[in-house]
Design a protein around this ligand. Sequence first.
Ligand code: GDP
Ligand code: GDP
Length: 438
Amino acid sequence: MVLPTVALVGRPNVGKSTLFNRIAEERISIVEDTPGVTRDRIYTHAQWLGKEFSLIDTGGITVSDLSLNQEIKTQAEIAINEADIVVLVVDARVGVTNEDEAVARILYQAQKPVVLAANKADNLAQRQDIYDFYALGLGEPYPVSGVHGTGMGDLLDQIIKNFPDENLVVDDDSIKFSFIGRPNVGKSSLVNAILGENRVIVSNQEGTTRDSIDTKFIDRDSGQLYTMIDTAGIRKRGKVYENTEKYAVMRALRAIDRSDVVVVVLDGAQGIREQDKRVAGYAHEAGRGVIIAVNKWDAVSNKDQKTMQEFTEYIRQEFRYLSYAPIIFISALKHQRLDQIVELVTAINENQQRRIQSSLLNELLLKATAIAPAPIVKNRRLKVYYLTQVQVQPPTFVVFVNDPELFHFSYERFITNQLREVFDFTGTPIKLIPRLRK
Ligand code: GDP
Ligand code: GDP
């Protein structure tokens, strides 16, 4: 589940974000479809020849009051820290600049694989005129055009050639979870409170990606091993860029990628912000288990019986696609209701792994179609033949139909709700894929 990471670096305007979008193939996601959510992404998933990877555009992480040179150096530093492979992007039309040389020197020392992309090589003459870039000492320059999409295949081939050997990635069978939320919502306090309970710390090591501090612990009662991915700890290391919002979001998204279950932490005394929605939406899309934890509930004044109910409705309203996520009201400070966290993480992890026999699924389908016959769309009736589970984590089902075009969202939601009613899928998204029965 740990994906190789590729980072783009280079001075401004060489075309990093154009290449980023080109490599990401502009996947449209529900998060970015949400009005008000910023569109300039700097972190995404991509794939080439079936190999999936994470992609970072370090150019999107800018720190105010830095000189151009310092800024590029900072971005190179982030790339080296976060990525397995660094792609240095240069401008084929401009040739080698001082800044290119400065970045190349930093990358050179880092001993990470570097692939050199000479962008804006839009035509044959420009593609052939890139040999100056050998002077950077980073090997062969790959001519590409982010705008036209040419040369991308060769560049991507070279990138994936440098991926770490999958067999070398060590993983254990711990349940991995993380606390995600804006600064000051209480993530560190939660980490400490949880470790203070009946738990034995096994190790306390820097996460493999260095963007988080992992703590492994064993629950004394159950003997279960957990990995807690703490994204808050890193901020305390004191690098300037760690305080930028873009970096914080990127770090959160990376932690989500490594988690089985994500605890989205909100501050009960404050409302929900765009950033909360963005990371929660990403967790949903990534198919992770989700818990919504309203922390600092002790600090909410004038509570009565209705306050929790009202806050719950507010959350349901703001996070519509997370209707399956349990909501808990906690206090890290007063240690209130914290037991629920690890309990829920464990239960949701189990729900994510749940496999349902096809015979049970088709029993369910029979009953469901009896309650609500499949709809007629444009004079044609949808026919639903067969339901089968093809994957876990998240549970993914294929539904065989007479025409996938007729399988509309409302009927999808209906079947999903039926699945949730009969089987325990609390806390996990469910995917339903309509497929034509041959
Ligand atoms: P960044 O600052 O490195 O992220 O660069 P951008 O991706 O924002 O691109 C800077 C400018 O270069 C934009 O106007 C792009 O349209 C343009 N650009 C990007 N790639 C190419 C390319 O392959 N060919 C040409 N001619 N222009 C490009
Ligand atoms: P982080 O930035 O998300 O890691 O947040 P911290 O754990 O550093 O907490 C930020 C501040 O909120 C600190 O002053 C904490 O003492 C305070 N805090 C954390 N949890 C609670 C809580 O449950 N109730 C109250 N009243 N304060 C809390």
